[in-house]
Design a protein around this ligand. Structure first.
Ligand code: UDP
Length: 256
């Protein structure tokens, strides 16, 4: 606990409280296809954030009046488990989760080829199991992988992370204490080409600091993209079609 007159220093010998350099992401872990009942799913850890994304669809829209004649609609529900935060969160949607759901949907929608599936819906559910700042970005990363896992046609993946300002320094991927006590937080999402699909800002930055934060967050997204891509390639290359019936024990050639 820090006393009122004590000032917490966010850096020690140039490194952050968790040992990271200012431009370093937290450790990332991604697992694909973790839910049997979803069409696509992904479990993701970004530092101490733990999120799970489930994708269903394209499927019939209920209620029907939401149907669009020429394209699929995309729904995104971000939900924070009541046990995911230090102080128990009241279950159910609130202003914050509605906002996060909206911006996350808007971050992913531009790459989804919705015109392939008129009158249908792609449902994305993101459950935050453990939160440590950056849950919207972790959710978007997991959802992007889960959409790919569901076989939803997309122009590209979307990668997301934030940059922030603490002790006057721009840092990548702020953790909870940096987010809470820091001076600014800039979450972004982007395509591998660098097209931004989410840009938010909490706090204040000078134009120069903002440019630095954006450059840093974009570099973070590039690293995350490589991890997302590798996880998907590894999963699907290990599920290659067998080349001959000899590779599938117990099945006749007609059954393969
Ligand atoms: N948080 C919390 N209780 C809440 C909402 C948020 O403790 O009801 C914490 C949680 O750790 C979250 C962080 O505050 O990750 C930052 O929240 P913010 O709204 O900035 O979204 P995020 O950074 O998670 O996308």
């Amino acid at each position: 606990m820090i006393g009122m007159d004590e000032k917490l220093s966010f850096f020690k010998n140039g490194v952050r409280l968790d040992g990271r350099r200012p431009d370093e992401l937290r450790p990332i872990k991604i697992e694909v296809g973790v839910l049997a009942r979803a069409d696509g799913s992904c479990y993701m850890e970004m530092g101490d954030n733990k999120v799970i994304a489930a994708v269903y669809g394209p499927r019939e829209v209920h209620p029907r009046h939401l149907q669009e004649a020429t394209r699929a609609i995309v729904r995104y529900r971000y939900n924070m488990a009541s046990f995911s935060v230090e102080e128990r969160k009241r279950p159910g949607p609130d202003r914050r989760s509605n906002e996060v759901s909206k911006v996350s949907r808007e971050a992913l929608e531009p790459v989804i080829l919705t015109s392939y599936f008129p009158k249908s819906v792609v449902d994305v559910f993101v459950e935050v199991l453990q939160a440590d700042a950056g849950t919207r970005t972790a959710g978007i990363n997991a959802a992007s992988v889960a959409l790919a896992d569901a076989g939803i046609p997309m122009k590209s993946l979307i990668s997301s992370c934030a940059a922030g300002k603490v002790d006057g320094e721009i840092v990548l991927d702020p953790m909870k204490i940096e987010d809470n006590l820091g001076e600014a937080d800039v979450p972004i999402a982007m395509t591998p080409n660098g097209d931004i699909t989410l840009l938010q800002m909490d706090g204040r930055l000078t134009p120069e600091e903002f440019r630095k934060a954006l450059t840093m967050a974009k570099a973070g997204c590039e690293q995350i993209y490589e991890i997302q891509r590798k996880v998907l390639v590894d999963r699907y290359s290990s599920m290659d079609e067998p080349e001959s019936c000899d590779e599938v024990e117990g099945l006749s050639e007609e059954e393969i």
